[in-house]
Design a protein around this ligand. Sequence first.
Ligand code: FE
Ligand code: ZN
Ligand code: FE
Length: 195
Amino acid sequence: MAEVGTLHDAFLDELRDTYDAEKQLTKALPKMVKAAHSPILREAFESHLEETRQQVERLEQVFESLDEKPRGKHCDGMAGIVEEGKSMMEEEFDEMTADACLIAAAQRVEHYEMAAYGTLVAWAKVMGHTEAADLLQETLDEEKAADEKLSSLAEGGINQDAADAANEGAESADEEEDEKIGAGAGAGKRPARRR
Ligand code: FE
Ligand code: ZN
Ligand code: FE
């Protein structure tokens, strides 16, 4: 009878999955850098891209510490999250809303990674892989910090700017309506948004 897999096998599977997920992100993040309108958001993506490249190398160290060759296994979960982010970026939104959407997509990524690394750290510890646990914890901390940074950017202005743009859009649509009623059909169009 074939032997059943152990927690160690599951651990290696999860490591390979996460290694692939991080590699997917080194390709997705440059697109988010380009799509970001706010300079501070662009900077945040740029610095997390740099961090992500280091996380790929850190995972290689984890494999080494376990005497395993670094190997990836396609991460369907991350592929789905990246795909959703892509379709969001294809929508036509005003600049502020587009930035708010980029943050929403990026935070889905960070939370998925936090879940993965949380499990990896716990499993490494319980199996006594101290070096691996320390390395994985380092990355977990970076993912948490990246998530918090994104929250602070969203709540520190980007969401409000997007909401203001939505309100202004609604107001100018109202004004246009008023003009049409007052001046009859054929009233000139006003620019959609000030700012
Ligand atoms: Fe990462
Ligand atoms: Zn996965
Ligand atoms: Fe991340």
